[in-house]
Design a protein around this ligand. Structure first.
Ligand code: B12
Ligand code: SF4
Length: 499
């Protein structure tokens, strides 16, 4: 039987996490096929390692997980080189980039299949069909090419997450000791990443989750999450959890049950949620969450402008007023809200685009005044292909197009696009982008993130003093002195380095 090589391209320079995407795929074929993992985060020269495996002649199937941004830097050249050096292998890509940009991926000529969304069933089915030479054409969640045309099979319903096989932590540990995946963070000395639910029930028009999960969400039960957490804690000594779910908090009942179960385990935890959802939680649940170790929650605040919130289709319930009121409410429970904002959405005229940026800058400052503990994360709007949404229609009408050659995605401009720092969107002028980035620099100077554990009190106070005047008199242009200090002290950016 041919073997499977699974590759997680490098996504982080130092604070790498358990590669949950590729580990889920490993779990899906565990016991059916022989597999191994190469983790680009853990190898000096991952390609050398890949070649070592492929040179044995035992590995026919190569699976890459690919999210936009830095992972493409290894994914693209490696896939191309594998096709050239090992033409008998079959290359399969999965993950958010592969699913959302499947056309450019398959057009490259060196990727044979894309798994569209969850691969837990599709991947083992595809490998079984290829091994047995039986038809694969009707396997759900698959995209492939026939006669130059991309064929997308139907999507399967989301799987009950408790029925999924256990993640093969022990085998991963034998390849890459798990201990090194448990990093020191703001949350704890040994923080581990866990994914307890898949998809999201909402349809925000700027979000890459929507085209893949189509407003569906399935979660593991609180008990099975607790049991997994306990296993990692007891075996490897984890003391904190980052829940990497798109939307951990959809069900108040599940959250409260998990909080009750984990309460006595002395674990600190963090997850991502929605303001309007958690604002409906009772005071008792919020209190219980904090007691159980929930220290910080990441929220998509997006903007304070109600009209844009509507365009973003944030479920129609979140408003600027609610964002402010919630920042005050959650403070009473000593949970730090980490608010992320998306600045630079399309507008009819350049003046309107600039006005909107100014509005959000002021709004962010208001939030900081209401609850100074609020952590602010600023993204610049980078379109995702949410076909049919009002926002995406606006985007296309400006002439914006994604690259039509896979290699173009690793050009410096498109890399910045992926990092949501400097998008190539026609409605934003360089001056507007500078304004956003300069404000971010001053804000991070005056309010340095608490998640940067290397920032001691002296550094914090120094940078705050340097940034204070600029922050107070709204002078953001050319903040070179703050940039210098941030560079010197290697100030971390949670949005690209992990939260
Ligand atoms: C962890 C994570 C990171 C980590 C990476 C950690 C690591 N590996 O070391 C860090 C923090 C570094 C990171 C960074 C970025 N990330 Co990120 N990240 C995630 C996150 C939260 C979890 C990924 C995960 O583990 N999922 C768990 C698994 C089980 O789910 P899955 O990946 O969907 O896998 C399933 C399927 O996709 C499929 N599949 C996946 N891979 C494969 C491979 C094969 C072979 C097959 C067959 C199937 C398959 O099957 C799996 C099981 O069903 C996701 C959001 C999310 N909840 O998924 C965002 C997410 C993938 N990231 C995203 C982005 C944009 C980024 C950034 C590029 C930009 C940014 N500013 O956030 C940066 C890049 C910086 C960098 N250095 O790379 C976006 C992608 C959006 C898009 N446009 O497509 C997401 C969706 C977040 C979001 N909602 O915006 N990220
Ligand atoms: S709530 Fe979050 S994950 Fe869900 S669709 Fe909106 S932005 Fe995406």
């Amino acid at each position: 039987m041919n073997k499977i090589l699974l590759f997680n391209p490098r996504s982080a320079n130092n604070k790498f996490r358990i590669p949950n995407s590729i580990l889920n795929i490993a779990a899906s074929v565990d016991g059916l096929f022989d597999w191994t993992i190469v983790d680009g985060n853990r190898e000096q020269d991952p390609f050398l390692k890949i070649k070592e495996y492929l040179n044995t002649g035992e590995y026919k199937y190569v699976g890459f997980t690919v999210m936009p941004g830095p992972q493409l830097r290894q994914a693209i050249p490696y896939a191309k080189a594998i096709r050239e050096a090992y033409p008998g292998t079959i290359m399969i890509w999965g993950g958010y980039f592969a699913s959302n940009q499947y056309k450019v991926v398959l057009d490259s000529g060196y990727v044979d299949f894309v798994i569209n969304g969850p691969g837990d069933r599709a991947f083992p089915r595809l490998i079984t069909a290829l091994e047995n030479n039986t038809p694969y054409e009707l396997i759900k969640n698959l995209i492939y090419k026939i006669d130059g045309h991309c064929i997308k099979t139907t999507k399967e319903d989301l799987i009950e997450q408790d029925t999924l096989p256990a993640l093969p932590y022990n085998k991963l540990d034998s390849i890459y000791p798990i201990d090194r995946y448990l990093g020191k963070t703001y949350l704890g000395k040994k923080t581990f990443a866990y994914h307890s639910s898949i998809g999201c029930p909402f349809t925000c028009s700027f979000c890459a989750v929507v085209p893949i999960y189509e407003a569906k969400w399935k979660a593991k039960s609180a008990r099975s999450v607790y049991e997994d957490v306990k296993y990692i804690k007891d075996k490897w000594g984890a003391d904190a959890i980052e829940f990497h779910d798109n939307n951990f908090f959809v069900s108040e009942k599940r959250t409260a049950e998990f909080a009750r179960l984990i309460r006595n385990e002395n674990m600190v935890w963090w997850g991502e949620g929605r303001i309007d959802t958690i604002d409906k939680y009772s005071d008792d649940t919020l209190k219980l969450m904090r007691e159980s170790g929930c220290k910080m929650i990441f929220f998509g605040a997006e903007t304070g402008n109600d009209e844009i919130l509507k365009k973003m289709d944030k479920g129609g319930r979140q408003t600027g007023a609610q964002i402010k009121q919630f920042a005050a409410r959650i403070r009473k429970f000593d949970i730090i809200p980490e608010y992320s904002f998306v600045l630079g959405t399309p507008a009819e005229t350049p003046e309107k685009a600039l006005q909107q940026i100014d509005f959000d800058i002021n709004f962010i400052k208001e939030i900081k005044a209401i609850n100074p503990d609020t952590e602010i994360v600023i993204y610049t709007y980078s379109p995702v292909p949410t076909e049919g949404s009002e926002l995406y229609k606006d985007v296309l009408s400006t002439g914006f197009r994604f690259p039509d050659k896979l290699e173009d995605w690793i050009s410096p401009q498109w890399e910045k696009f992926d990092l949501r720092k400097n998008p190539l969107t026609p409605w934003l002028t360089p001056a507007m982008i500078d304004k956003i980035r300069d404000f971010e620099t001053v804000l991070n100077g005056y309010h340095p993130t608490v998640t940067d554990i290397r920032m001691n009190t002296v550094r914090r106070k120094t940078i705050q003093a340097v940034a204070a005047i600029r922050y107070k008199i709204n002078l953001y242009k050319y903040p070179y002195e703050i940039k210098l200090l941030q560079k010197l002290w290697r100030y971390r950016q949670p949005e690209i380095q992990g939260f």
